[in-house]
Design a protein around this ligand. Structure first.
Ligand SMILES: [Zn+2]
Length: 550
């Protein structure tokens, strides 16, 4: 017997076998059991989401000799003839190749013959392809349908259908099938067919189908012919014409670190293997998108940087298709994306320099004024000075402000030597790392946590100050607390408790004067160093507030 494609073998035969689309299944099931059928239905939605399958199931359910029933028997003459496409009462017409007025006239003629079964059913696929004359002729049929005649129109482009037709149909919109839905269907089939598919391979097949079950099962079919009954990720990638995981990650590394010779070499290799560069770009984008939700193997890559890379690369496919030299377009886009990534890196160097300045200001201040009152963590004590980021982000302007990026190491050392760490303090970088881990685990907790200021480290507890009761309450929620405490444990080891505080929880100490001079000094220093137009004083706080923190 000839091989039958998987998607035809495993086509659903009853409404309850339809994957997802529960809104449609429920409405049609009720219509069948309560015998309240419309005489025309419109099934709209992307390809491979089950429109034709549901149309055929509806026909079987209505015309089965045991019916109308939700469980068509599948063995009676009517069910069998529908399955084989030989039923005289259920006709499938492809409007893409039967789009003229004569084709509609044929239908009208055919409608005059009595039905052998309960209903005469016309399934018109891709109905938007009918031409204007055909639509007009069809409209007349819809206006005065003969009894026991049912039209099921299916389309991927409902907006191309005239309103006069639309208004006479009961419309059902099919949704793309979720990756999860496709995965579980493939798992079901692989059990029935005793196939072994690795988890990674399953994920890739389901993801690449983009909501289209037919594509997923066709891809699975291709993998079966390629690799036999045991399918691994590399088999799927080979069938897709995609590069392997290692090459993909190496290319991303070469891109962000600006290793142009290596990047060009990798692109040579991909081309030499006969792989399509547009497909490579799509894989690259998919990979970056995946890293937004799971930890990337490249440690230095932060979520906001991934978003920037995606922004630069998202228009590249269009550029490649317009260009006579698609490879050049790809190369330029990848260089551009890498540049942007490194520009962001230079910005963080700038930020660390500002912090170093803050720390220095604290040292100089405390030697000038040996006040017994502790001024606390410099991060809390000084007014925050923010460099206007939109201006600095442009690479050419970054060059003006930061001499060369090699300076990053001295800057860090300067910061370390300038800021002796007390027992109740934590390093700024450590706090940033904690924030980043919380960001990865729970974005909503991160949004509030980053607004807090570290008050002090107290034994195994980290106390963080929040502006208002609302923020404090959110931070006290068990799941937020747990996410934060996991990050604390990871980065601070022995610190395992997180305690949010309000200013009123802290004893008021007076240190107004030293703070004032310190602010002035820092602002002067920042202006001297970065230029007046690049320094903006952000959110100056009333003195009372700062006193409380001191
Ligand atoms: Zn039957």
């Amino acid at each position: 017997m000839a091989y039958l494609a998987l998607y035809r073998q495993h086509r659903p035969k009853k409404l309850d076998e339809i994957v997802e689309q529960s809104h449609i299944v429920r409405a049609l099931s009720n219509a069948i059991t309560e015998q309240r059928l419309s005489h025309s239905y419109l099934f709209a939605g992307p390809r491979g989401t089950g429109k034709t399958s549901v149309a055929r199931i509806l026909a079987r359910s209505l015309n089965c000799e045991q019916g109308p029933t939700l469980q068509p028997c599948g063995v009676c003459a009517s069910c069998k003839s529908i399955d084989q496409g030989t039923s005289m009462d259920v006709r499938e017409i492809d409007a893409a190749s039967n789009r003229n007025i004569d084709d509609i006239r044929n239908i009208r003629q055919n409608m005059q013959y009595m039905a052998e079964s309960r209903y005469k059913i016309y399934i018109i696929d891709e109905v938007h392809m009918l031409n204007d004359y055909a639509f007009n002729a069809f409209l007349k049929t819809l206006e005065e349908p003969p009894p026991n005649t049912l039209f099921i129109l299916a389309t991927t482009e409902a907006h191309k259908i005239p309103l006069t037709i639309l208004s006479r149909c009961q419309r059902y919109d099919f949704r793309r099938i979720s990756t999860k839905g496709i995965m579980s269907q493939i798992q079901k089939i692989s059990k029935q067919e005793s196939l072994e598919i690795s988890a990674e391979a399953l994920k890739t097949i389901s993801g690449r189908a983009e909501g289209c079950m037919r594509d997923a099962l066709s891809l699975l079919d291709q993998c079966l012919s390629f690799a036999g009954n045991h399918i691994e990720l590399d088999d799927v990638l080979a069938v897709l014409g995609s590069v392997d995981q290692k090459t993909l990650i190496c290319s991303i590394e070469a891109m962000i670190y600006g290793d142009i010779p290596k990047l060009l070499q990798l692109l040579d290799l991909i081309e030499a293997e006969g792989k399509d560069l547009v497909q490579f770009l799509r894989d690259l984008l998919l990979q970056l998108k995946e890293w937004l939700t799971e930890k990337p193997p490249i440690d230095t890559l932060l979520p906001e940087q991934i978003v920037e890379l995606l922004q630069v690369l998202s228009t590249t496919e269009w550029e490649m298709k317009q260009s006579t030299q698609p490879r050049l377009s790809l190369e330029l886009a990848m260089f551009r994306a890498g540049d942007q990534y490194r520009a962001g890196d230079r910005l963080s160097v700038l930020e660390s320099k500002i912090r170093a300045l803050e720390a220095l200001s604290k040292i100089s201040n405390s030697t000038e004024d040996p006040s017994p009152v502790d001024q606390g963590n410099p991060k809390q004590a000084v007014m925050s000075v923010e460099v206007k980021s939109p201006e600095v982000r442009k690479p050419e302007q970054v060059e003006q402000v930061v001499p060369i990026s090699k300076e990053s190491d001295p800057a860090k050392e300067e910061e370390k030597s300038a800021k002796p760490l007390r027992n109740d303090e934590i390093r700024m970088e450590t706090w940033d790392q904690i924030l980043m881990q919380v960001f990865r685990e729970k974005i909503s907790a991160h949004a509030i946590l980053k607004q807090g200021k570290v008050y002090r480290r107290n034994g195994n507890t980290l106390e963080v100050l929040f502006q208002n009761d609302f923020h404090k309450k959110i931070m006290e929620k068990e799941d937020n607390k747990q996410a934060i405490e996991r990050a604390l444990k990871h980065h601070l080891g022995e610190v395992t408790r997180f305690v949010p505080l309000l200013p009123r929880d802290i004893q008021v100490l007076s240190s107004a004067e030293p703070l004032q001079t310190q602010e002035d000094w820092l602002i002067q220093a920042a202006i001297q160093w970065a230029g007046k137009d690049k320094v903006e004083i952000a959110s100056p706080q009333p003195k009372e507030n700062q006193n409380q923190k001191g």
